[in-house]
Ligand binder design. Structure first.
Ligand code: GDD
Ligand code: MN
Length: 394
């Protein structure tokens, strides 16, 4: 076991008790905490967890490591398998999250649950080459390096069996990350790396935690440039189960970029909410036009229908995009829709109230209208984020 010298771990101001003889005597006989935590985010990876554990055991054998699986309420029994494994080997731990999603935030919370001076993240599906872990660790231990990235885009690296479409998207996302956020590595999209705890801790409070791309987030959130190294590896074929990669991940990535670029000025969720609202306006007008001109409905009926369609559309889009990490499914979707409509109804009343009051007070018509609309958008955003898409997943 490679124990960490106590001096290296000692926080700046330990309580006086920490230096007293009985404690030091006791600590001389305990097993030190892990030196390396390997965080494994999972969504439906039941058949991959044990093969990955076997590979980690083989490659990290005599080191003092642990594996922390962060599972987002998988339906296939992933958590049960991890639980069973953890009962046989205390180096395996499980963090179960309910009502929350996202690879990036799973990694962040996994690190938060560990105390090791070095932390790594690796896919559960055996696509990443775990035999790099000892070399990553050696670099962090022996050289002035904050982070070591497993890279597909340096000599000898590769994207394996990806189809041309996925490879193109990845290349584009890579260029955007490197140009817009000035991430100084060849593969900022990699989901495989190891980082020094202090470097993570310094970036932690600035992290966006949106979506899949935690590495870009870390580089862009660190208060000082991260000293990085890259080690090449060839992306392997997924072992069992299915990839969670879909078109939404692209949208989340754009949200991450927007958050890093302008998030300190306006929250990117609010911008997304506005964009969805804008699309709702277009929906509304299209349905209204069709109701009047194609179905020849009375105006009030067509306007009512258009309002309903726009509300359901806005709710569905916000649930898919703006609040993807807290998205509601099943009955929660239905209750969420009801609360969304109720809140937006109140917003509409406030809108009309404020606009009418301003108009009566001799404001220009468009200014009065705009003020009412702005008021209702802010209300709708604030109230639905607090009630419809509550943080606890309700
Ligand atoms: N906890 C949690 N929550 N885990 C998740 C979630 C989630 O919402 N979504 C995906 N995962 C887990 C998967 O179970 C898997 O272990 C890992 O995150 C990566 O997901 P994959 O579905 O296998 O992604 P991929 O193979 O398409 O992409 C991976 O490799 C890329 C290239 O290195 C990811 O690591 C990407 O981040 C990376 O860019
Ligand atoms: Mn994968």
């Amino acid at each position: 076991m490679s124990a960490v010298p106590a001096s290296e771990l000692a926080p700046k101001s330990l309580p006086a008790d920490a230096a007293r003889a009985p404690l030091l005597e006791r600590l001389a006989h305990t097993q030190p905490g892990p030196h390396l935590s390997v965080i494994v985010p999972t969504r439906n990876e039941r058949d991959n967890v044990i093969p990955l554990y076997n590979l980690l055991c083989a490659t990290l054998n005599e080191r003092n490591w642990e594996m922390i699986v962060v599972d987002d309420d998988s339906a296939d029994g992933t958590a049960e398998v991890v639980c069973w494994l953890a009962q046989h080997d205390r180096r395996v731990r499980l963090l179960s999250r309910i009502g929350r999603r996202g690879l990036a935030s799973a990694f962040v919370e996994g690190v938060q649950a560990s105390t090791a001076p070095y932390v790594a993240v690796i896919d559960a599906d055996l696509q990443h080459d775990e035999t790099l872990l000892p070399r990553m660790l050696a670099l962090l231990e022996n050289e002035p390096v904050d982070i070591v990235v497993g890279s597909r885009y340096v000599d000898e690296g590769g994207v394996g069996d990806w189809d041309a479409g996925r490879a193109r998207i990845s290349a584009l996302a890579t260029r955007l990350g490197r140009k817009l956020l000035r991430v100084p590595v060849n593969d900022p999209m990699s989901g495989f790396f190891m980082i020094r705890r202090e470097a993570f801790a310094d970036a932690l409070r600035n992290l966006s935690g949106i979506g899949f791309k935690i590495l870009v987030d870390l580089f862009a959130s660190s208060p000082r440039p991260l000293r990085a190294r890259e080690l090449p590896f060839e992306f392997r074929t997924r072992h069992a189960g299915e990839s969670k990669f879909d078109a939404m991940i692209g949208i989340e990535y754009l949200m991450l970029l927007a958050d890093k670029l302008i998030g300190h000025i306006v929250p990117v969720r609010f911008l997304m909410f506005l964009a969805v609202g804008g699309s709702g306006l277009i929906n509304h007008l299209v349905v209204l036009w069709m109701g009047l001109n194609l179905v020849h409905m009375p105006f009030a009926a067509a306007q009512g229908l258009a309002t309903g369609v726009a509300m359901v559309g806005n709710f569905t889009l916000n649930n898919m995009l703006t609040y993807r990490d807290r998205r509601l499914t099943g009955w929660k979707f239905v209750y969420g829709l009801a609360s969304f409509c109720a809140i937006c109804g109140i917003g509409a009343l406030a809108n009309v109230g404020i606009a009418s009051a301003l108009f009566a007070d001799h404001a220009v018509w468009w200014l009065a209208g705009l003020a009412g609309a702005a008021m209702s958008v802010v209300w709708n955003y604030a109230a639905t984020s607090a009630l419809t898409w509550r943080q606890d997943g309700g």
